[in-house]
Design a protein around this ligand. Structure first.
Ligand code: FES
Length: 153
């Protein structure tokens, strides 16, 4: 297993080390670590000769970047009006309890993250949840274990 330092070195070796590399470097770090760890950001700032504040402003501007650890699979539960009325909140709680996490968190094994979102645009399917790019419509809490199973390690 590569240490995080080795992983970062591998990433940095693909680039010239100029300020213009910032976004692609951050993208590679995000892909490799599933988030942007603080220590790595400091190294990047130094190597690319970019102020750390600039690194953070880029890291927070783009949605594809996350400063918090993210799980391998992102679970989104819709809490838009239609989904909320049809038990969205209970769904969030059920998923959270099963995986032992709160919305906004990742599981300790980094397998899952949980987020709540506004209307996903398929209200007829309410309540709706997504895992990565896949939709699960007309959800019921008792379907949760079966749906999560294939995503577990
Ligand atoms: S409210 Fe959930 S899809 Fe519209």
């Amino acid at each position: 297993m590569m240490t995080s330092q080795q992983k970062l070195e591998t990433i940095m070796s693909r680039y010239e080390g100029v300020a213009a590399d910032l976004i692609p470097v951050l993208q590679d770090i995000q892909d490799e670590f599933n988030y942007l760890p603080q220590d790595e950001l400091k190294v990047v700032a130094g190597r690319l000769n970019v102020p750390l504040t600039r690194v953070y402003s880029v890291a927070t501007f783009f949605k594809m970047f996350s400063l918090e650890p993210r799980g391998k699979h992102l679970i989104r539960v819709c809490l838009g009006t239609a989904c909320h009325l049809r038990g969205g909140q209970r769904l969030v709680e059920t998923v959270g309890r099963r995986l032992n996490l709160e919305p906004g968190q990742a599981t300790e094994d980094r397998q899952f993250s949980l987020e709540t979102v506004g209307c996903l645009g398929s209200c007829a399917q309410a309540p709706l949840m997504m895992i990565d790019d896949k939709y699960f419509g007309r959800m019921a809490v008792d379907k949760v274990p079966k749906i999560l199973k294939p995503y577990k390690q």
